[in-house]
Write a protein that binds this ligand. Structure first.
Ligand SMILES: *[C@@H]1O[C@H](CO)[C@@H](O)[C@H](O)[C@H]1NC(C)=O
Ligand SMILES: *[C@@H]1O[C@H](CO)[C@@H](O)[C@H](O)[C@H]1NC(C)=O
Ligand SMILES: *[C@@H]1O[C@H](CO)[C@@H](O)[C@H](O)[C@H]1NC(C)=O
Ligand SMILES: *[C@@H]1O[C@H](CO)[C@@H](O)[C@H](O)[C@H]1NC(C)=O
Ligand SMILES: *[C@@H]1O[C@H](CO)[C@@H](O)[C@H](O)[C@H]1NC(C)=O
Ligand SMILES: [Zn+2]
Ligand SMILES: [Zn+2]
Length: 278
């Protein structure tokens, strides 16, 4: 019966709205504003002086559609349940979409992996790294073997080799834990949502959000974030890979707490080889 049906639809919509608000909205009158900030943070929407209002306008609808297309959801342009389900999973802070340089488009049309705008890459294959944190979460002694294994995942499918540099040495890659604002323009957000981020070549900065419940053994609980899994993903950015649309790829932006995902997918291997094949 029509009244029941619409009642059901309304309560589902209300429920999703509440889920979304609980996750992202600081004040309940700012639903669209928060959605805009979410979509902007990940590269789908551009906020400027006049656009950060709580209006659900056409540009927000088309940004939402682009997001839904990226994640292979039905492009409804509405915040439906499938969209909220994905948005509520924690993820990497790096943007999904990059301004379309011609080469980027050429690659993204045929593959799931993506490369950064202008396809930046390292011009050497021997890279050095070191640890430097502003927040204490896991000791370097425990971090060292985890990062070494994560680097090895990439080394075996590429010509890269990695060597740890001493504390005072100059290194290509610097990895560490930080919380909230930490000196780049991408402050972390406390527990949940954004877990980590890393920069395209040849910046080499790789940051973990100190406020997550990181797991550094092999006993990752359902509420924890497996440090090794996320490290492999972030190192992919450090080497020049963007986000993949393939949920099985290491470079997929979302990470389900409790999961262990430590093997490169074929798409990741295709991506690194495409970037460094010549
Ligand atoms: C401001 O943002 C809106 C929505 O993204 C966009 O349509 C508009 O062109 C932007 N204006 C400027 C001046 O960038
Ligand atoms: C992209 O990923 C989807 C989903 O995993 C897969 O079905 C498809 O074959 C992949 N495409 C390419 C070109 O690898
Ligand atoms: C490694 O380097 C060699 C020679 O430069 C090149 O032929 C080969 O394709 C590279 N392998 C990978 C996996 O990038
Ligand atoms: C992190 O997760 C573990 C395992 O579930 C739990 O015992 C611990 O209390 C959590 N720590 C924080 C700070 O939430
Ligand atoms: C976790 O598993 C890896 C790979 O199987 C192993 O090399 C490592 O020693 C284990 N770490 C701990 C703390 O048990
Ligand atoms: Zn990422
Ligand atoms: Zn950072």
């Amino acid at each position: 019966m029509a009244p029941n049906l619409s009642h059901h639809i309304i309560s589902e919509a209300l429920f999703l709205l509440l889920v979304f608000q609980a996750l992202f909205v600081k004040s309940e009158s700012q639903f669209s504003e928060s959605l805009k900030q979410y979509l902007e943070a990940f590269g789908y929407y551009s906020i400027n002086g006049s656009s950060l209002t709580d209006a659900f306008d056409d540009s927000l609808e088309s940004a939402l559609k682009a997001y839904q297309q990226h994640y292979r959801l039905e492009a409804t342009g509405r915040v439906d349940s499938e969209t909220v389900k994905i948005m509520s999973i924690p993820r990497c802070g790096v943007r999904d979409v990059f301004d379309n340089s011609n080469d980027g488009v050429k690659f993204s049309m045929v593959a799931n992996y993506s490369l950064f705008e202008g396809m930046p890459r390292w011009d050497k294959r021997r890279l050095t790294y070191k640890f430097r944190s502003s927040a204490h979460v896991i000791s370097v002694r425990r971090l060292r073997p985890i990062i070494a294994r994560a680097l090895q995942k990439w080394a075996v499918v590429s010509n890269f080799t990695f060597r740890e540099e001493g504390f005072f040495g100059r290194s290509d890659i610097v990895l560490g834990f930080h919380r909230h604002a930490h000196g780049d323009n991408f402050p972390f957000d406390g527990p949940g949502n954004v877990l980590a981020h890393a920069f395209a070549p040849q910046v080499g900065m790789l940051h973990f959000d100190a406020d997550e419940n990181w797991s550094s053994n092999n006993l990752t609980r359902s509420n924890q974030i497996d440090l090794e899994s996320v490290s492999i993903h972030e190192l992919g950015h450090t080497l020049g890979l963007g986000h993949s649309r393939d949920p099985d790829a290491i470079m997929y932006a979302y990470y389900r707490p409790g999961s262990i995902k430590r093997d490169l997918g074929q798409d990741d291997i295709d991506g690194i080889r495409a970037l460094y094949s010549n």
